[in-house]
Design a protein around this ligand. Structure first.
Ligand code: ADP
Ligand code: ADP
Length: 234
C-alpha cells in the first residue's frame, strides 16, 4: 500500500457562517521512497493538505492514511505519536532563536525522552550529514538562510521519521541556495530512504526534484503524473 493515501478528502471551514471549501474530493497516493510534489497557487489548498497529513487538522469527510494508520478520525492525543513520524520543514525555517544549532536538532529528541548523551551523538551525526558540524554551537541568527534550512532538515530528521514534509521550504531562498537545499533533500531521499513530500508554488522546484507531481487548483487535483509528463510542452 502507499505510505500516504488520501481518499475522497474534503475539508471545509466555517467562516462567518458561510462555508469555505479548501479541499474538494482529493484522492492522492504517495509511495514509500519517492519524492512527491504538490504544486498549486496561493489559496489552492496546499496548507490545508499539509495540516491533514501531519494530523494538525481533521478531514470534513474522506480518509487520510499515513504509514498504515487512518488518522482522519483519531483524537488529538492519539495523533501526536503519529505526528512525530512526519518530519516538517518550513518556509521561514521555524528554528528556536534561543537555542543553538545543536540545541535545535536535539529538541525533538528531548521531547521524545532521549538521554543527553544519545541526543548529542545523534545531533552530531545529523549535523555532519547536512554539513554543519562546525556550526553546532552557533545561534540561528548567525546563519545564512540555506544554513538555517539545513538545520531545519537535521531537526526534522532527528527521530528518523519515514516522511519529510517540506512546506514551501525553498521559497525564502535565492536560486543557488535553493539548488543546494534541493540537493540535500535528494540525498535525504536516496541515502536515508526518507519519502519526501514537497509542497510548493514553484514549477522549477518540482522540475528539479520530483519523481511525481500532483497539481492542486481550487481544492482539487486537476492533473498528476511524472514531472516530465505534467510539465511537458503541449
Ligand atoms: P494554500 O496553502 O494553497 O494557499 P490554503 O490551504 O491555505 O491554500 O487555503 C485554501 C482555502 O481554504 C482558502 O480559500 C483559504 O482562505 C481557506 N482556509 C484555509 N485555512 C483556513 C482556516 N483555518 N479558516 C478558514 N479558511 C481557511
Ligand atoms: P506535542 O505534539 O507533543 O506537543 P510539538 O507539536 O510541540 O509536540 O512538537 C512535535 C515535534 O515537532 C517536536 O518533537 C519538534 O521536533 C517539532 N517541532 C515543534 N515545534 C516546532 C517548530 N516550531 N518548528 C519545527 N519543528 C517543531
Amino acid at each position: 500500500p502507499p505510505l500516504i493515501r488520501l481518499q475522497g478528502v474534503t475539508k471545509t471551514y466555517d467562516v462567518d457562517g458561510s462555508t469555505v471549501t479548501a479541499l474538494d474530493g482529493v484522492d492522492l497516493d504517495i509511495d514509500a521512497g519517492e519524492i512527491f510534489a504538490v504544486i498549486g497557487q496561493s489559496g489552492a489548498g496546499k496548507s490545508t493538505l499539509v495540516r491533514l497529513i501531519n494530523g494538525l487538522e481533521r478531514v470534513t469527510s474522506g480518509t487520510v492514511v499515513v504509514d498504515g494508520v487512518d488518522i482522519s478520525t483519531l483524537p488529538e492525543r492519539q495523533v501526536r505519536p503519529i505526528r512525530r513520524r512526519t518530519g516538517m520543514i518550513f518556509q521561514q525555517f521555524n528554528l528556536f532563536a534561543s537555542r543553538t544549532v545543536a540545541g535545535n536538532v536535539m529538541y525533538p529528541l528531548k521531547v521524545a525522552g532521549w538521554s543527553k548523551a544519545d541526543r548529542e551523538k545523534r545531533a552530531a551525526e545529523l549535523l555532519d550529514f547536512v554539513g554543519l558540524l562546525d556550526r553546532a554551537h552557533a545561534y540561528p541568527d548567525q546563519l545564512s538562510g540555506g544554513q538555517k534550512q539545513r538545520v531545519g532538515i537535521a531537526r526534522a530528521l532527528a527521530t528518523s521519521p519515514p516522511i519529510l514534509l517540506a512546506d514551501e521550504s525553498t521559497s525564502a531562498l535565492d536560486p543557488a541556495t535553493t539548488a543546494d537545499v534541493l540537493d540535500l533533500l535528494r540525498r535525504v531521499n536516496r541515502e536515508l530512504g526518507v519519502t519526501v513530500v514537497v509542497i510548493t508554488h514553484e514549477m522549477d522546484v518540482v522540475r528539479a526534484i520530483a519523481d511525481r507531481v500532483a497539481v492542486l487548483s481550487a481544492g482539487r487535483i486537476v492533473e498528476s503524473g511524472t514531472a516530465f509528463d505534467v510539465f511537458a510542452e503541449p
